[in-house]
Design a protein around this ligand. Structure first.
Ligand code: HEM
Length: 209
């Protein structure tokens, strides 16, 4: 009789990076499905269905943030020596690699743009789930900044925009995305998850998607 013996060896930095990126993109695809269904339910005024999908979207957003943090669970030296070079020529055919190049992510941003007027006029019955969804985006953005500052020093750029400070660039992206999902500015946040959801100062619609 054969026995199941899982491979318990510690994954390399590259393996962690790749595997948790897969998890991240599965969550992105889940977000696309949940928010597309949310849009349909709002249009047909099925607010129970809309509430369910919005709650699922908040969970998937938090899972995306966790995937990001896990994708970066190795040392700065390993990032510098192994992981960053794997995203650049000659390892890649193209230069300027970025998360912005993902089709799934681009579709999600397109959907957020389309949903923006809907988010601005949601009925009160969806308020709780909506505010939690916006707060969940905050945790995703925090995770992105955390993983970036773990590997890239203050003042250094991303692979795509070497001349810009990566951490500052992420905070500009955050503002632009928050302007899409919370077009009316500050929302109060979910008491169960604490943090205030967003703090939009000005719309930054110039962000590339
Ligand atoms: C841990 C896995 C990571 C994933 C899954 C990921 C994913 C993404 C995604 C989806 C975007 C587009 C953001 C948006 O449109 O709002 C993006 C952009 C960006 N990410 Fe990440 N990212 C990761 C790690 C990092 C790290 C370590 C840095 C540090 C340099 C970083 C810095 C940036 C910056 C500065 C941008 C803006 C565009 C650019 O300069 O390429 N990210 N990333």
């Amino acid at each position: 009789m054969s026995t199941f013996a899982p491979n318990m060896s510690t994954p390399s930095a590259i393996e962690l990076w790749k595997r948790f990126h897969w998890a991240f993109f599965v969550n992105t695809q889940g977000l696309l499905m949940a928010l597309s269904r949310f849009e349909r339910f709002v249009e047909t005024e099925d607010f129970e269905g809309a509430r369910r999908e919005m709650a699922a979207a908040a969970t998937l957003m938090r899972a995306s943030g966790a995937s990001m943090q896990l994708a970066g669970s190795f040392t700065r030296q390993e990032y510098k020596d192994q992981v960053r070079p794997s995203m650049m020529p000659p390892e890649l055919e193209v230069a300027g690699f970025s998360g912005l190049m993902s089709w799934d992510h681009a579709s999600l941003i397109e959907l957020w743009r389309r949903l923006s007027p809907i988010f601005a006029s949601l009925p009160d019955v969806l308020k709780h789930e909506y505010e939690d969804f916006v707060a969940a985006y905050g945790t995703l953005a925090d995770s992105h900044s955390a993983v970036c500052s773990r590997f890239v020093a203050k003042g250094e750029g991303s692979i795509r925009y070497e001349g810009d400070e990566a951490i500052e660039s992420l905070s500009r992206f955050r503002k632009g995305r928050e302007a899409m999902i919370a077009p009316q500015g500050r929302v109060s946040g979910c008491p169960a998850h604490g943090a205030p959801a967003t703090h939009r100062d000005e719309a930054d619609d110039d962000i590339e998607s």
